[in-house]
Write a protein that binds this ligand. Structure first.
Ligand code: SF4
Length: 179
């Protein structure tokens, strides 16, 4: 892949940051999976979440089958950081940017494996609940945490953070790819 060409495209998008990381740098943790199971209302509700995405070691194998990973981040200012509704409203724009980067990669013949934000919300009712296959597997991105990834150490290694002050929402996506 021509990274200069990709980066030219990235520079035209409203990204806060992007950084190439080695997938082997990522921390896969059963503890993150436990938090999904114990605390997330979306656990067991979509194809984009556990247990549908597979065990943590299967998820790790999938991610580590790629040589490279592009981590991208966006930040959005909202009126009230404690409003879940306002925070979630900033998600579609991040997803749109993630898909634009997927398209930039596809234009170069590279098909990335993408992990993005929270549970998939494309369909009103996920087919998982009816025991049916995902309707849009090419568009659906499991969330980063669904794969047991603890992103904090990777962010710290790269001088990045999850929180940039009051009323700032931060989203990250991981795009795994081979060249
Ligand atoms: S695209 Fe639809 S069926 Fe597939 S994971 Fe998302 S909500 Fe579920």
């Amino acid at each position: 892949m021509d990274r200069d060409l990709l980066e030219q495209g990235l520079s035209e998008l409203p990204l806060y940051t992007y950084v190439y990381i080695d997938p082997k740098q990522l921390e896969f943790s059963e503890r993150i999976r436990y938090i999904c199971k114990a605390e997330c209302p979306m656990y067991g509700k979509t194809w984009a979440c556990p247990p549908a995405v597979g065990e943590v070691d299967e998820c790790a194998r999938k991610c580590l089958s790629y040589e490279h990973c592009l981590m991208i981040g966006t930040i959005t200012e909202i009126e009230d950081i404690y409003s879940m509704e306002a925070a979630l409203a900033s998600r579609p724009e991040h997803e749109k940017i993630t898909n634009e980067i997927r398209d930039l990669m596809r234009q170069q013949g590279v098909e990335p494996y993408i992990l993005s934000t929270e549970a998939c919300a494309i369909c009103e009712r996920c087919a998982f609940l009816d025991g049916l296959p995902c309707r849009l597997p090419g568009r659906m991105h499991p969330c980063v945490e669904s794969h047991g990834i603890n992103l904090i150490p990777t962010l710290e290694e790269n001088g990045l953070d999850f929180q940039y002050g009051d009323n700032i929402v931060t989203w990250y996506s991981l795009l795994f790819f081979n060249e």
